[in-house]
Ligand binder design. Structure first.
Ligand code: DQQ
Length: 582
């Protein structure tokens, strides 16, 4: 069979593709409901996050902007609220706030994906030619328990359709099987492809060799025939299976996003892998040389799997894409439940997508990235309350009375407190989560804990605390940044693990800053302008809907000054199952 995609962007064609079965999986036996209605029946459904109307969802897939629409595909089980029968659910939006769920884009219907259409990515092989590459879980077993993983390609049935409603799996599938030396049950999640200086496509597939996580590199001239490069793009010892790798350029000198093939002196790259061992997304910033296909981390002590994380809470299998409409790079990540599968079956759904984040290089460190909720969220802001220049005295709690409810956007800036009285605490940098859960919000410290209580009941019996706690360590001043779920719910059948990270406090830093988004059962925190992010899931019983309140607190003995705080109530968005009118 001849190749279906030519190298030349202007002359794409494909041959002999097979139409997939006409699928009727729709997310639609719940009719178009707006999320506010759903919230009163189901307190944990969200108001402004993407979630299917029912059933299980996991990784975001194939993200792209195409002819006026943002496309979000996602791993979705049409039959239940637990993982299984994985298809590609498909939703479109013009603003990443209001979503329309369309028919399933890819479903298991071929021998090479009959056990599931797993994670993959979208690539524009030419301006109006999006292609999906995904992992198929086959019907052939390499051992009694395992099917194997292969890579497959799908193309739009009609690329004039901005909604890209129907996808066709090509006859050449599977286009890749695991190479010799790689376990075929650990070979998955192809990235968006990029073009190197020689005009050839490259992509990475996640895998492991022994216990070393690895990003296998492939090259192709036609997008159908892929050849493994001798060396992987990157590998880190003892990090285990790398799922859902992502590899993309960021600008050295600004916040603008870059298309995935862009390279040059003003560009540095980010490599992310989702570690199957601990279910966290780790990244490293480094230099990519496309002549030799080498990637060199800027700081190898921050290498993939041993260094920086996108998020220190619940956030996995994430993926970025270049938003050509607004010239930015956007990150989506899967946020799993912290409730039991039994509870998920009762409520009929499981998992959210985190609120989309803009992502760019941290201009100060040049070796980390910053993340911030996309600006579109500001259109949802309604009633607000603000205060400036107040002191949070030792052991105090202050209610923010002008806003209430379970949908909030809160920004607060604290003057850098005097650190002279800070306690000495040795924090194990590889397990800050432990320090956060040992300290906890109720700890009576010196400089903190201080911060926000969200989703808090009037009697404070339920509260999720997001706080700073400054300490002196052998390595200098550090601030713990924690999300403490310990008292988030009177229901004890949920996981209330605390999450957190910590950062050095540079002597010239004048303030500590938090931005927290609250949406019924999800709390997303962006500290210090997006340097550190923490996502948690919580399930209050009393602090639901307008019984949820916002407080500032200081549990330390040193007073803390709030230089400014502003909180907005946020409106709900809609998720419907209508095909948008065109
Ligand atoms: N989820 C997919 C896999 C991927 C994993 C299966 C990560 O392709 O490795 O649903 O959450």
């Amino acid at each position: 069979m001849s190749p279906f995609i030519s190298v030349c962007a202007c002359c794409w064609f494909f041959v002999a593709a097979s139409a997939s079965r006409d699928l009727t999986y729709r997310d639609s036996d719940i009719l178009s409901l707006n999320t506010a209605q759903r919230t009163s029946e189901q307190p944990y459904r969200t108001g402004f996050h993407f979630q299917p109307t029912k059933n299980w969802m996991n990784d975001p897939n194939g993200l792209m902007y195409y002819k006026g629409y943002y496309h979000l595909f996602y791993q979705w089980n049409p039959y239940g609220a637990v993982w299984g029968t994985i298809t590609w659910g498909h939703a479109v939006s013009t603003d990443m706030l209001q979503w329309h769920i369309l028919d399933v884009a890819l479903a298991p219907d071929q021998w090479y994906d009959i056990n599931g259409c797993w994670t993959g990515s979208a690539t524009f092989v030419a301006a109006n030619r999006p292609v999906l590459i995904y992992t198929g879980w086959t019907n052939i077993s390499s051992s009694v328990e395992h099917k194997i993983q292969v890579q497959a390609v799908a193309v739009p049935h009609d690329s004039e359709d901005p909604l890209l409603q129907k996808w066709i799996k090509v006859n050449d599938n599977p286009i890749l099987v695991a190479p010799i030396g790689i376990d075929p049950t650990e070979f998955r999640d192809p990235t968006t492809a990029w073009i190197g200086a020689d005009g050839k496509w490259r992509m990475v597939v996640g895998s492991k060799r022994k216990e070393d996580g690895v990003a296998l590199l492939y090259r192709s001239s036609d997008f159908l025939h892929w050849h493994k490069a001798e060396d992987p793009l990157h590998s880190v010892v003892d990090t285990g299976m790398w799922e859902c790798p992502d590899f993309y350029p960021v600008s050295i000198g600004g916040q603008n996003g870059l298309d995935t093939s862009v390279n040059g002196p003003d560009v540095i790259h980010v490599l992310k892998a989702s570690l199957a061992n601990d279910k966290h997304d780790y990244y490293v910033v480094g230099t990519y040389n496309s002549d030799y296909d080498t990637f060199t981390p800027a700081d190898s002590s921050h290498n993939v799997g041993i260094g920086l994380r996108y998020d220190y809470g619940k956030f996995y299998a994430s993926k970025t894409f270049y938003d050509s409409a607004k010239g930015r790079r956007i990150l989506f990540g899967w946020v799993n439940e912290s409730s039991s599968a039994k509870n998920d079956i009762v409520k009929g759904w499981s998992s959210l997508q985190g609120f989309p984040r803009k992502i760019w290089l941290n201009g100060e460190t040049k070796s980390s990235i910053l993340q911030w909720p996309i600006q579109e969220i500001e259109t949802l802001r309604r009633r607000s309350d603000s205060l400036s220049g107040i002191f949070l005295e030792a052991n105090s709690v202050t209610r923010v009375t002008g806003v209430e409810g379970a949908q909030l956007d809160v920004e607060v800036e604290f003057d850098m407190p005097s650190l002279n009285e800070a306690e000495i605490l040795e924090v194990d940098s590889s397990n800050v989560q432990l320090a956060c859960s040992q300290v906890g919000k109720s700890h009576k410290g010196a400089v903190g804990p201080f911060g926000l209580l969200v989703l808090a009941s009037e009697d404070l019996k339920e509260q999720t605390a997001v706080f700073f706690y400054a300490v002196l360590t052998g390595g200098g001043w550090k601030t713990l940044i924690c999300s403490d779920q310990g008292r988030s719910s009177l229901n004890n059948d949920v996981d209330k693990t605390s999450y957190g990270s910590y950062m050095s406090v540079p002597s010239n830093d004048k303030s500590l800053r938090l931005r927290t988004l609250v949406d019924h059962s999800i709390v997303e925190t962006f500290a210090q302008g997006g340097e550190i992010c923490i996502t948690s899931r919580v399930y209050p019983v009393k602090a639901v809907n307008n019984q949820a309140h916002l407080y500032l607190f200081n549990n330390g003995s040193v007073p803390v000054r709030v230089s400014h705080m502003i909180a907005w109530e946020l409106a709900s968005t809609t998720i419907d199952v209508d095909v948008p009118a065109r």
